[in-house]
Design a protein around this ligand. Structure first.
Ligand code: COA
Length: 159
């Protein structure tokens, strides 16, 4: 079954609420730069702001009835962008991280980007494990974060 990307600008009200619930879950928010809980008003304002902001794109990723998670590209230029992702904490899909990363890479290739950058908390071992599998390498670090890059935007098949 195919993977479907729904731009945040086209989310139904229920989808927008569900995505906010995932983002506000402890599982996700404590891995984000901003740990604060986000109100529904802030969330809807943020989604509205994406209409004016061409540098940032957010997508809900689904496979049939299964909603797998969220991917995004920030600071999009002609050659690169900064990626982000979080999975639906309740998904039963076993390889959600791989599917989300493959979706990001497909999007990046469609946009003809040469490379993807990311920033990850040094304590986020699950995400770093995933990024390593997708050929990201460390280009810099500070006290809290690793800064990683990949120029090898090839999909990865299931094990
Ligand atoms: C990052 C994320 C998408 C990864 O999803 P996932 O690949 O489905 O992985 P899970 O969260 O289910 O973790 C399981 C994987 O992590 C590995 N893992 C778990 N604990 C680990 C640890 N302490 N060190 C290294 N790897 C670890 C497991 O071995 C497993 O890897 P495998 O698929 O190769 O067997 C998901 O954890 C998530 O949404 N986290 C919250 C948001 C987030 O961190 N976003 C990234 C911000 S930079």
């Amino acid at each position: 079954m195919g993977i479907k990307l729904t731009n945040f600008k086209e989310l139904s009200a229920i989808e927008a609420q569900d995505v906010l619930n995932w983002r506000n879950s402890d599982f996700v928010r404590f891995q984000m730069s901003n740990h604060d809980l986000i109100s529904i008003e802030q969330h809807m304002e943020f989604i509205k702001s994406l209409n004016k902001n061409k540098d940032n794109e957010y997508y809900l990723v689904s496979k049939g009835k299964d909603r797998i998670g969220v991917i995004y590209l920030n600071s999009i230029t002609e050659i690169d962008a900064e990626l982000g992702l979080y999975k639906n904490p309740d998904t039963k899909i076993a390889d959600a991280g791989r599917i989300l990363m493959n979706s990001i890479f497909t999007l990046a290739r469609y946009k003809k980007l040469d490379s993807l950058n990311l920033r990850v908390l040094k304590s986020n071992e699950k995400a770093i494990h995933l990024y390593n599998k997708f050929s990201f390498t460390i280009k810099n670090e500070d006290e809290s974060f690793l800064y990683m890059v990949s120029t090898n935007l090839k999909p990865m098949h299931a094990a």
